[in-house]
Design a protein around this ligand. Structure first.
Ligand SMILES: O=C([C@H](O)CO)[C@H](O)[C@H](O)COP(=O)(O)O
Length: 210
């Protein structure tokens, strides 16, 4: 059993809200993707928070510095999860964890471009990170990479932290991701690029929850 997260990666405010309206009943977590939050800001989080009380909301800040200062306003505005980069200083990561704990929410550490993912996972788990993000970014996907080997290495540590997996996941691979130990399965393009995003979201959620 894993939760599903839909990545809203459009730059357009109204299109993002309209897509969220279609998919929200069919996923557990709505993600405001990095390009989307940079373009639209905290107002979009406030709008989605008010419209979708039944979904968790992740804000993919990909914070690199000033962890507590940058993330606290988003937790205060209703984010359930904020993302900090695993390549950032441990003080930055601890800052986001501190802000999350202050609001009873979660901090996710994204391992994108981290060289030694196993060592970093152990370090941030010991620091209190709630979720480890295994993430093959869009540019890495374009170069042919996938998240599966990293997922196996991190899940094999059995540290008891939640594991989120993102990077081109679709219905055909969601079962493999779930069975490999993911707690959260992220899908962006597989949902927003589908002819029927609601149906695509429902299909992936059925697999994730199975
Ligand atoms: O985080 C993402 C990417 O780095 C852009 O910021 C995507 O939201 C994430 O990769 C999920 O999207 P898909 O890979 O299209 O499923």
């Amino acid at each position: 059993m894993a939760l599903t997260q839909m990545a809203l990666d459009s730059l357009d405010f109204d299109a993002t809200v309209a897509l969220a309206e279609k998919v929200a009943p069919h996923v557990d977590i709505l993600e405001i993707g990095t390009p989307c939050i940079k373009h639209n800001g905290i107002k979009l989080l406030e709008t989605l928070r008010a419209k979708f009380p039944n979904n968790k909301i992740l804000v993919d800040l990909k914070t690199m510095d000033a962890g507590e200062y940058e993330s606290e306003p988003f937790y205060k505005a209703g984010a359930d999860i904020c993302v900090v980069l695993g390549v950032s200083d441990i003080g930055t990561i601890k800052g986001v964890i501190k802000a999350a704990n202050k609001y009873g929410k979660k901090a996710q550490v994204d391992l994108i471009s981290v060289e030694d993912k196993v060592a970093r996972t152990k370090e941030v788990a010991a620091a209190g990170a709630h979720i480890i993000g295994i993430h093959t970014g869009l540019d890495q996907q374009a170069a042919g990479q996938t998240p599966f080997a990293d997922l196996a290495a991190v899940a094999g540590l059995n540290l008891g932290v939640e594991i989120s997996v993102a990077g081109g996941v679709k219905a055909a691979t969601a079962g493999q991701v779930r069975d490999a130990g993911a707690s959260i399965i992220v899908a962006g393009a597989a949902i927003y690029g589908a002819a029927d995003p609601a149906a695509a979201a429902a299909e992936i959620t059925a697999i994730a929850h199975g």
